[in-house]
Design a protein around this ligand. Structure first.
Ligand code: SF4
Length: 434
């Protein structure tokens, strides 16, 4: 009998809050329709000329050429919302025709289902505000758990991402033990998150010579030697002396933050120009005004960097535990939700994670409400609630409107290049210090 799906605990608590939600599932997203689903949709409305015509008007063939998973796309409204939403912001397709009519992404959202060999893992996307709340705010939110049977109907196993744990592909075959080592490193809460990212970078660098996508180091007679080397590296990063030395070296680094501020500002401005809806626009405008960041001259970036550092110190002093939890939970969630085997190397993956965290840190301290909280003389329960609300807003809107955007993904790819060697490690360390 197959084991129950694994899930971080926040997903065992998730229930859609529907009309109480501050967003809609599909607002601002691209909604692909697979070929199989397109045929199911056509069959469902056959005999209903009006519904059929509407379907042909609003589901358009993939202009880039049809694939089995992106055969067509729903033609979203200019405001980014789905044309099938009714006046109560509920899905008219689901209301009239039931769940079977929904494209996979709509039926599954906000769940992200990955099949590692035979094991199924169900995580969530922080693009859903309720998932973001549950993931970021509870201390035990990212502990592994099993998904209870009553929650297993809520996704389509056949649409799960598949990662075949094929012995011929050493990168994916050993992914489980590598990810477990990364999770253990992230769990070393005695070190600041920045040091834990630096240690992840060093772990990735130590594996970089022989463990990456397409490696041939595990082939034939080389296999057992390469496996021993992998085990040795993973064990080395359990050693308290190695961790302590890595932390000490990293904290002695002093790197300028102005260029990172400039980079994150240009990312936010590019997404603002893409017109991503009222909530995102208002957040980004607030962040740019509060730091403040206008034209982005070098002196302005340095001033914004100093403001950023001062606010972080204040936030740490007032709400350190709370803020540390947001970012720790986010990083662990990311390891669950986004398999590192999607990246060509572990270094490239750790770099992308550090880049995302840097952008989130800038967005959070730039949030006007957080800026105001930094001036408070002492923490109060009300201030803690305001900070939680601001954090959920930042992480959710960045997840929805920035993290999966093609321009952001290609920026990350361009910055890290092939994602190998000392150069890539250096870039991890720069963003880890931010
Ligand atoms: S975004 Fe999340 S909470 Fe909101 S309606 Fe969609 S699934 Fe429900």
């Amino acid at each position: 009998m197959p084991a129950e799906p694994l899930a971080p605990r926040y997903m065992t608590r998730f229930r859609c809050i529907a009309e109480r939600c501050e967003d809609t599932c599909c607002g601002g997203l691209r909604v692909p329709v697979s070929e199989a689903q397109w045929h199911r949709m056509q069959a469902t409305v056959a005999g209903n000329p009006e519904a059929s015509e509407r379907l042909y008007q609003l589901v358009l063939p993939n202009a880039a050429g049809a694939s089995s998973t992106e055969h067509a796309f729903i033609d979203m409204r200019p405001d980014g919302h789905c044309p099938f939403l009714d006046t109560e912001r509920l899905c008219s397709l689901q209301r009239r025709h039931g769940d079977a009519m929904l494209p996979d992404i709509c039926a599954t959202f906000p769940r992200v289902v990955t099949r590692w060999g035979e094991r199924v893992e169900v995580t969530g996307t922080l693009a859903c505000p309720e998932v973001a709340r549950l993931c970021l705010l509870a201390e035990d939110a990212v502990e592994p758990d099993s998904l209870p049977p009553e929650l297993q109907h809520a996704f389509r196993p056949e649409s799960a991402r598949r990662i075949p744990l094929d012995e011929e592909d050493a990168y994916t075959f050993h992914a489980d033990s590598v990810r477990a080592a990364m999770l253990r490193l992230l769990g070393r809460l005695e070190y600041p998150l920045a040091s834990r990212f630096a240690l992840l970078g060093h772990l990735a660098y130590a594996l970089d010579g022989f463990y990456f996508r397409g490696t041939e180091s595990f082939e034939g007679e080389e296999r057992s030697g390469a496996e021993d080397q992998l085990t040795e590296v993973l064990q080395r990063f359990e050693s308290p002396e190695v961790l302590e030395a890595g932390h000490r070296d990293f904290t002695s680094l002093a790197l300028p933050g102005g260029p990172c501020v400039g980079l994150f500002t240009s990312v936010l401005k590019a997404r603002l120009a893409a017109g991503r809806g009222e909530r995102f626009t208002s957040l980004v405008r607030g962040v740019l005004e509060s730091l403040p960041l206008g034209a982005g001259s070098p002196s302005e970036l340095d001033t914004a960097w100093r403001t950023y550092v001062e606010r972080w110190q204040r936030l740490e002093a007032l709400h350190g535990e709370q803020v540390r939890r947001y970012f720790h939970n986010y990083a662990v969630h990311h390891l669950w939700r986004s398999p590192f085997t999607d990246a060509p190397s572990l270094l490239a993956y750790v770099f992308r994670l550090a880049l995302r965290v840097g952008l989130l840190r800038l967005t959070l301290v730039g949030h006007p409400q957080v800026a105001a909280l930094c001036h408070a003389p002492s923490p109060t329960p009300d201030a803690r609630e305001q900070l939680d609300r601001a954090a959920v807003e930042c992480f959710q809107l960045v997840a929805k409107h920035v993290e999966q955007a093609p321009d952001f993904l290609s920026l990350a790819e361009g910055l890290v290049g092939p994602g190998r060697g000392a150069d890539a490690l250096g870039k991890v360390l720069i963003f880890a210090t931010f």
